[in-house]
Write a new protein. Structure first.
Length: 272
């Protein structure tokens, strides 16, 4: 079953430098982009900075509206709905961003942060909610006793775990991971990706993994989509990344440390 469908979406923004001789110049951020994500699927959207991948993420989350085309979530015309109309469906879509420290309210305790979505969609007593907060923290590898700590008392990796706990609180169907591991060191990144993969299996979720790191995408995702200058220019199953052929894809692969000799040879063969 298709969970998310993007159909021929286009999005422009006013050019930062302004128009020449008073003209209104525009930057084409997305150019007729289409993609589909099924249930329990992890799709990586990979591209360099400025390729349009985060803009697409914002459209999916309802933070921007497309100029043309359609965004459908759970069969709903997401792009046409008002914030009020989207509200009942928002429990099924959440996000984890790159800068978790900025996304977490510094004045809220960890327990209240992870329970924030529950306050909007579920009714429960104080004791039950406190127990649920401890369960969520434990699920993401944090000490349940840390529910009374503030975000600044956690490390960067722990803050990202806290953001993940909040995102899964109401058992969403889709999580948009917008550069969610890019600010972490290699070991912490591996641990967070392993946690996310386990959560996907146990909670039957789908992910849109937005990243510039094609190596992480190959390890984590089921499918790779490569964005370049506002368009999806290449696609492959993650375990067949050597089948990517667009110059933008090859540039991303160049930046990846390919440790398997046969994989290196296949990639080089495609370029000859």
């Amino acid at each position: 079953m298709i969970l998310l469908e993007i159909d021929e979406v286009t999005k422009t923004f006013p050019a930062k430098t302004g128009g020449w001789l008073g003209r209104n110049d525009f930057h084409l951020a997305l150019d007729r982009v289409s993609l589909r994500i099924g249930e329990r699927e992890c799709v990586a959207l990979v591209g360099e900075s400025g390729s349009g991948k985060s803009t697409l993420g914002h459209l999916i989350l309802g933070l921007e509206r497309p100029d043309s085309g359609a965004v459908r979530f759970m069969g709903q015309e997401w792009h046409r709905m008002t914030p009020r109309e989207r509200q009942p469906f928002r429990r099924w879509m959440h996000a984890v961003f790159q800068n978790s420290s900025a996304a977490l309210n510094p004045r809220m305790k960890a327990g209240d942060i992870v329970l924030e979505p529950l306050y909007n969609y579920e009714k429960a007593g104080k004791a039950a909610l406190r127990e649920r907060a401890g369960e969520l923290l434990e699920t993401v590898g944090l000490d349940p006793a840390s529910a009374d700590r503030y975000p600044h008392q956690f490390s960067g990796g722990q803050q990202q775990r806290l953001a993940i706990a909040r995102a899964i609180a109401v058992r969403p169907k889709l999580i948009v991971l917008d550069e969610a591991t890019s600010s972490l060191d290699a070991i912490t990144q591996f641990e967070i990706l392993a946690l996310l993969k386990e959560l996907q299996r146990s909670l039957n979720m789908s992910y849109l993994f937005i990243t510039h790191d094609i190596k992480a995408a190959c390890v984590f995702a089921d499918r790779l989509l490569v964005m370049h200058e506002g368009r999806i220019v290449d696609e492959a199953f993650a375990d067949l990344a050597e089948n990517l052929s667009h110059p933008a894809s090859l540039k991303l692969l160049d930046a990846m440390l390919i440790t398997h000799p046969s994989q290196r040879a296949r990639l080089l063969d495609r370029r000859d």
